[in-house]
Design a protein around this ligand. Structure first.
Ligand code: EPU
Length: 436
């Protein structure tokens, strides 16, 4: 069992290169199933979630050719399966993004069969908006016994107008993928506007689709007969960049966070400035520097362009040491997404959770402890806390972290952090698989 051991208290210095966006990659790889031809994807993050999806596509009959560590050529021309075979169920049940295979298979074959997806355990994660959208496109949907079965009436989906009752990243993506080759025009209203939604639209358009409006709250798709091959470079990961920015805020120091789109980081940069962290934007980098004491702040997560929920645990970790009162409110996930708070408390944090908010009273310092990564971003939060803490922190269950962060240990080590990955026997059984 891999664990991270961190000797905290060392300021971070130097430069870190941000990888491709995880949540774009996990949408674009399934979307490639729609394409007849070779899709060359560049700037793919080297993380276990993308490996899992590439493995599933290979099993379905796709040719997957790794050109280098972050470039892949994917050819799904000869895939004929519209059903995820039993051998793949442990993988489709492990990750959230496996449900995009439903949209893709339905769009390509008019039929799709898979398991319910997995994903971070934030309590109930309904998929009613996915079902609503795909049903409106003319699919008969059956969700029962842990499986999703979808069949397009007359073999092909038909464009229509869909209003999402809830702003959902996943539903927006699934409907966009399926509608790309539907007959006629689809209009999706009240959609998510995250950068990875725009990235997926750009990918689909590079492959011959006609998707407009991504990045606004209405997306219009004119269905095309089929998608053709092409090359596409993924955007950098907004949340990975934000995680390193938060780490500098917590541990102190000065770091150049490179290969980013500063516009995507604005809400994070502005919150960090409020916390007395200097953030200077360049064309494709941000310089982050923290010398003085942190200031407490209040923040509330919201769909993009609001403050991202996927940065909530990391920012809470930073605020543990901001003298005064901070309130962090979760506005996307109903159950607060605060499971990791217990881990930060083991390190001396003073946090109380009330409904959808974490109420923090900043402490002078955190102290190292044995903690676990409850899920992907919760894992990043305890690493950040460990980097800032006095003494040694041991982080368990790091497989969750490796699902979404490329070479986290190597990147922090290059910034001068004392962090290493060790192999040790498991201290307690792992109960859940968690992923974004
Ligand atoms: N919701 C519904 N019905 C639906 C779908 C969603 O009520 O059919 C609700 C959810 O319960 C939640 C809200 O809508 O309260 C937003 O959920 P959304 O569908 O936007 O989330 P998701 O697509 O399941 C993606 C990311 C998450 C990220 C959220 C919000 C992927 C693979 N996952 O999840 O990322 O937290 O959007 O931005 O893209 C992570 O990367 O760590 C991660 C968890």
């Amino acid at each position: 069992m891999e664990k991270y051991v961190i000797q905290g208290g060392k300021p971070l210095r130097g430069s870190v290169e941000i990888s491709g966006a995880k949540n774009a990659a996990v949408a674009i790889i399934p979307a490639a199933l729609m394409v007849r031809g070779v899709c060359r994807l560049e700037n793919l993050p080297e993380i276990s979630d993308t490996d899992t999806l590439l493995h599933i596509l290979t099993y379905l009959g796709a040719k997957v050719n790794m050109i280098n560590r972050t470039t892949v050529e994917l050819d799904c021309t000869h895939v004929q399966m519209d059903t995820l075979p039993e051998d793949m169920w442990n993988l489709t049940r492990r990750i959230r993004a496996s449900y995009y295979l439903i949209g893709a298979m339905l769009g390509r074959f008019g039929r799709a069969r898979s398991t319910m997806p997995g994903g971070c355990n934030f309590g109930v994660r309904p998929i009613d908006q996915h079902i609503k959208g795909l049903t409106a496109l003319g699919a008969d949907m059956d969700v029962s016994g842990g499986f999703i079965r979808a069949t397009a009436k007359n073999g092909r989906l038909r464009g229509t107008t869909i209003y999402l009752d809830k702003v959902s990243v996943g539903a927006t993506i699934n409907i966009m993928i399926a509608a790309a080759t539907a007959e006629g025009r689809t209009v999706i209203e009240n959609v998510a506007r995250e950068p990875h939604i725009v990235d997926l639209a750009n990918f689909l358009n590079s492959m011959g689709a006609d998707v407009r409006g991504a990045g606004t709250d209405v997306i219009k798709i004119r269905g095309v007969k089929s998608l053709h091959g092409g090359a596409y470079t993924l955007i950098p990961d907004q949340i990975e960049a934000g995680t390193y920015m938060a780490a500098v805020a917590a541990a102190g120091g000065a770091v150049r966070v490179s290969n980013v789109i500063p516009k995507h980081l604005e809400c994070i940069s502005s919150k960090l400035r409020e916390m007395n962290v200097e953030v200077e934007e360049g064309d494709d980098y941000v310089l982050v520097c923290r010398n003085g004491p942190l200031h407490p702040v209040n923040l509330k997560t919201m769909p993009y362009p609001g403050f991202p929920t996927d940065m909530q645990p990391q920012m809470t970790a930073v605020l543990c040491c901001a003298p005064g009162l901070s309130v962090v409110t979760e506005g996307v996930w109903n159950n607060g997404r605060f499971k990791y708070v217990g881990e930060l408390k083991k390190m001396g944090a003073n946090i109380a959770v009330e409904d959808q908010s974490a109420i923090l009273q900043g402490v002078e310092k955190l102290t190292g402890a044995v903690v676990r990564a409850c899920d992907l971003r919760a894992g990043a939060a305890v690493v950040i806390a460990g980097l800032a803490a006095e003494g040694v922190t041991k982080v368990e269950d790091v497989t969750y972290i490796e699902r979404g962060y490329q070479d986290l240990v190597g990147k922090f080590r290059a910034l001068g952090a004392d962090i290493r990955c060790i192999e040790e026997p498991e201290s307690e059984p792992v109960v859940n698989w968690n992923a974004g």
